[in-house]
Design a binder for this molecule. Structure first.
Ligand code: TNX
Length: 531
């Protein structure tokens, strides 16, 4: 071996042993950072909240300190000073550098999102380290980190079942803990309308009644005050909320409240759509969305647009639709569906920066620069390709492997499977998008990122909600953040085992892939014989 090769060999060996050392030293970070250098020596810190002398940055510490306070058994131990620096030279939004040394910690980032991400990394180091007499001994570390995708999302359906403020806040905490930064909130569907609209109070008093398993359950919904509180809570955690008001399908609950705007009944789908031929429908929906816009600073409104086909047969019997088609020379109902979406886009984009739709809307020719597409139909790859080639920005959330209402093991009896056998294991999520047709697209700028979606037809209890989400939220996090070369099943498993202990501490009812019997499947609804 010549000298040069020998050097390369030694450096490679050092790097590999460095990675091994990281794990041995409990660097149980999820998502794993781009680069972790473990240097000689330790960093000894107090097991206590942080403070900074930068007045403008102290708000960033709130999440960290709230998470730390239950761990602090002794109230006399001093707060720990942290050195936070904004360094605009570090280019990627959300990236950071974290150094732990002697008894100090420093985080530098180009923006406050990056500082927050660095603090979350520190929080994970704290939580997975063993305190010794109120002190934490961490290795001397230098971490350079940057996200793979800008959009690292999670969607919760609160129409099918309603979970409420406390649960949503807990989920936002976990999202922040895992550097997930987009919360897509499915607030309306056929089974219930969940957000107060002042101009149309029946949407909640009547539309809020019922859920997927009990159509007579008393009305549940968020008041506008609740929404503001949750939006502020999310903001402290650097999470942007994208509200969804599903239209023109999945609208039965809204139509129960205001039947004048219903598109009519289709077999098996009563009052499923909104009426595309009634001019007043557009004014009504625009008024609703104006109130929504005022509540959500994200400036992105998701209009749904999915599965309209389920209820579209009703439009065949609607004389208004026939007139509309004749007047606009439309030849099929699909064109009417697209006309509806374009009309809504026109009015929404007057007051909202962006709109978002499920991928059925790709052929509708919505404004490309101001529409984001959620690609969910993994069985329609052509829809993703069409979205990309038309220039839409896309969030990847294909059912396989990103739907969290799908079961995570072949033996599970409750939840969805695809074609009776396919399900979404925690490793299937972990390997996204490399294991999908989106693999080649992931470097493209059109891909905003990815998102896991929890539909809640089969989820009534918090126990089951947790069972479906944990540990798959950890997989989702690493899929969204960690660059491919740093993804590794066995190292992920090691780190995940340390995170399962954190779930135990918080009494989370999770699926343990290493000991499936630890928590038997949480079953609210047995779906064994259904699709
Ligand atoms: C399809 S995903 C739906 C939802 C269901 C989900 C169940 C999407 C845009 N529409 O309405 O809840 O499947 O997996």
């Amino acid at each position: 071996m010549n000298k040069f090769l020998f050097k390369v060999f030694v450096i490679a060996a050092l790097m590999i042993s460095g990675a091994g050392y990281s794990n041995a030293q409990n660097i149980n970070l999820i998502p794993y950072p781009s680069q972790v250098d473990v240097l000689k020596g330790n960093c000894v810190l107090y097991n206590s909240p942080l403070f900074t002398n930068h007045k403008g940055l102290s708000g960033l510490l709130q999440f960290f300190n709230e998470e730390m306070s239950p761990l602090q058994k002794n109230s006399h131990i001093p707060k720990q000073l942290i050195d936070l620096k904004i360094l605009p030279s570090l280019a990627v939004y959300g990236s950071y550098e974290l150094t732990t040394f002697e008894n100090q910690v420093a985080i530098a980032a180009p923006d406050s999102a990056g500082l927050f991400n660095g603090l979350v990394t520190l929080l994970q180091l704290y939580k997975t380290a063993k305190p010794l007499n109120d002190k934490l001994v961490l290795p001397h570390l230098v971490i350079h980190d940057r996200p793979r995708f800008g959009w690292r999302g999670f969607m919760l359906d609160e129409s099918r079942h309603f979970f409420g403020k406390q649960t949503v806040k807990e989920l936002l905490d976990w999202m922040a803990f895992y550097k997930l930064n987009r919360f897509h909130w499915h607030l309306s569907d056929s089974q219930g309308w969940r957000i107060e609209i002042k101009k149309y109070p029946l949407l909640t008093s009547i539309g809020g009644i019922g859920n997927f398993t009990d159509p007579l359950a008393s009305a549940t919904y968020y008041t506008q005050e609740d929404i503001r509180e949750i939006v502020a809570y999310a903001k402290e955690r650097f999470i942007t909320i994208i509200p969804e008001i599903d239209m023109p399908g999945h609208a039965t609950a809204a139509n129960r409240a205001y039947p004048a705007f219903s598109g009519g009944d289709a077999p098996g789908y009563p009052a499923f759509t909104l009426d595309p031929a009634n001019e007043e429908t557009y004014a009504y929906l625009t008024n609703i969305l104006k109130e929504i816009r005022a509540l959500f600073p994200s400036g992105i409104i998701h209009l749904g647009g999915d599965e309209v086909a389920f209820g579209i047969a009703a439009w065949e019997k609607n004389p208004g639709v026939a007139r509309l088609m004749a007047a606009d020379q439309m030849t099929d109902l699909n064109q009417v569906e697209h006309y509806f979406l374009r009309r809504m886009a026109d009015s929404v984009l007057k007051f909202s920066n962006y709109l978002m739709c499920w991928d059925e809307a790709v052929p509708a020719d919505l404004p490309v620069n101001r529409t984001y597409i959620s690609w969910w139909r993994q069985n329609h790859p052509e829809s993703l390709n069409e979205a990309i080639s038309k220039g839409y920005k896309v969030v990847l959330c294909p059912r396989l492997p990103l739907y969290l209402d799908f079961v995570q093991d072949s033996t599970h009896r409750s939840g969805r499977k695809w074609e009776k056998t396919k399900f979404n294991s925690y490793l299937d999520l972990y390997h996204f998008p490399e294991n999908s047709i989106a693999a080649d697209l992931s470097g493209k700028t059109n891909i905003l990122g990815l998102q896991g979606n929890l539909w809640t037809e089969t989820v009534i209890s918090k126990k089951r909600l947790q069972y479906l989400l944990f540990p798959r939220m950890a997989s989702l996090a690493e899929a969204g953040w960690t660059a491919v070369p740093a993804k590794n099943d066995s190292l992920f498993n090691t780190r995940l085992k340390a995170h399962l202990l954190l779930y135990d501490e918080k009494n989370i009812y999770y699926y343990n892939p290493f000991h499936p019997d630890q928590h038997p499947e949480a079953v609210d609804v047995n779906t064994e014989d259904q699709d």
